[in-house]
Write a protein that binds this ligand. Structure first.
Ligand code: SF4
Ligand code: SF4
Length: 99
């Protein structure tokens, strides 16, 4: 079982299972943020001073992330604070979140 918000763990487990000879199942488990009892975390934001416009975070397809004035921006009304974008950014440009 993996947490889909943990990219490192997901990648490691997928690689491990692909290398096995026998069939295997990976259960990706995390409650949907649209459920009433799931409380979103604080939204993240992009520090424009740190963003190097590589667009790596945009390949993930999060609807809260867009590109403006040559850097990524997060729409705080759409961000649920999952933190996946922060794991993808090679320049630590994402800030905030948690709680
Ligand atoms: S991954 Fe980081 S540096 Fe690259 S565009 Fe996104 S916020 Fe900017
Ligand atoms: S924290 Fe999650 S929801 Fe918010 S911008 Fe990053 S990937 Fe999108």
């Amino acid at each position: 079982m993996v947490d889909p918000y943990n990219l490192e763990e997901c990648e490691r487990v997928v690689k491990e299972e692909i290398e096995k000879e026998e069939p295997s199942v990976i259960i990706s488990r995390r409650p949907c943020v649209l459920l009433k009892y799931v409380k979103p975390k604080k939204p993240l934001s992009v520090n424009p001073e740190k963003c190097r416009s590589c667009k790596r975070c945009m390949k993930f397809g999060c609807p809260a992330i867009s590109f403006r004035d040559n850097h990524a921006v997060v729409d705080p009304t759409l961000c649920v604070g999952c933190g996946v974008c922060a794991q993808l950014c090679p320049f630590d440009a994402f800030e905030g979140g948690e709680e």
